[in-house]
Design a protein around this ligand. Sequence first.
Ligand SMILES: Cc1cc2nc3c(=O)[nH]c(=O)nc-3n(C[C@H](O)[C@H](O)[C@H](O)COP(=O)(O)OP(=O)(O)OC[C@H]3O[C@@H](n4cnc5c(N)ncnc54)[C@H](O)[C@@H]3O)c2cc1C
Ligand code: SF4
Length: 340
Amino acid sequence: MNSFTYTRASGVEAAVREKAADEGAKFIAGGTNLLDLMKENVERPTRLLDLNHLPLKAIEAAPDGGLRLGALATNADTAWDEQVQQRYPLLSQAILAGASPQLRNMATNGGNLFQRTRCYYFYDLATPCNKREPGSGCSAIGGYNRIHGILGTSESCIATHPSDMCVGLAALNATVQVTGPNGERTVKFEDFHRLPEDKPELDNTLAPDEIVTAIDLPNEDFSKNFSYLKLRDRQSYAFALVSVAAALQLEGNTIKEARLALGGVAHKPWRDPKAEALLKGQPATEETFRKAAAAVVENAQGYGHNTFKIELAKRAIVRALKQAAEGTQHASDIFTNSNP
Ligand SMILES: Cc1cc2nc3c(=O)[nH]c(=O)nc-3n(C[C@H](O)[C@H](O)[C@H](O)COP(=O)(O)OP(=O)(O)OC[C@H]3O[C@@H](n4cnc5c(N)ncnc54)[C@H](O)[C@@H]3O)c2cc1C
Ligand code: SF4
């Protein structure tokens, strides 16, 4: 690991100023991703700006009647927050599907959005990787790519975004509150992360000196019919091969509103408005769910070892939508006896 200096940020604006003035600086929150990357020499900051003492830990009412999650609230505090469990149980379930209790106690909501891909080659300095070293090539295309993307990939990169929390946030239409040198702005969740195109080194659309201060959940009710289904090689402590966040509003057996987001398949949490439109106004039946699933993978591309993900994603979408429609994932079923 390279040597670096450490500074505690005294305020949001001060942190933004200090970061803008020092190209080698990086913000640190829980450190659960950044420190691993530093130990592997993938990230080499010359200075760490610690955000942990900023007053951004609250989980409180948002201006529109929704819920505002502080960027420095931990993943654990967010998942077990009473309001999150009652009003946004899909998000609780997505967070609890990730990492381990110890990691969730350290990991923050802001840091979760910025976590980097788990592509093996990204971590392996001996191999070419366009994300780590732009222009060097992509070892996963033509290499071992079992965990890689099938949607929105490019010739430069086929990595996936590894977050579970972000898949839940995408389905719930969250927005991200950001402060930068030019003041505050709000970013729609779908515009926060990006596809690799010819610049896979960029995971998101933020400038390096912008700070995420909060994530807002809109005042909408998807608390009855939802499911977060995570399929992985091990039942715990593993990243998703495919995950699906499904949320429905039903009127009798008719779908009034539908949300569908996928993880483990693309460089960003994957939303497909076309598939959601196919669900809306239709009966909540397996036939409807199959049509939506087929639409999601219509343009999917496999790269050999990961081609199985296309069929897996289709089946996972149908299963998650069925679970959501049946209401089997109700908060009281999930959270009883599972608090560590
Ligand atoms: C073994 C292991 C297993 C895991 N399994 C899963 C899993 O199954 N599912 C899952 O979703 N996640 C998983 N994770 C990832 C974990 O959730 C993330 O590491 C964590 O959420 C990152 O948050 P952090 O606060 O520790 O971020 P840090 O490591 O402190 O920071 C990460 C990045 O975010 C930037 N940053 C942090 N906060 C802000 C902010 N407010 N504004 C701007 N930039 C900021 C930092 O500069 C850094 O670049 C796992 C991690 C490990 C180590
Ligand atoms: S998939 Fe992306 S992260 Fe992985 S080796 Fe290729 S360029 Fe690097």
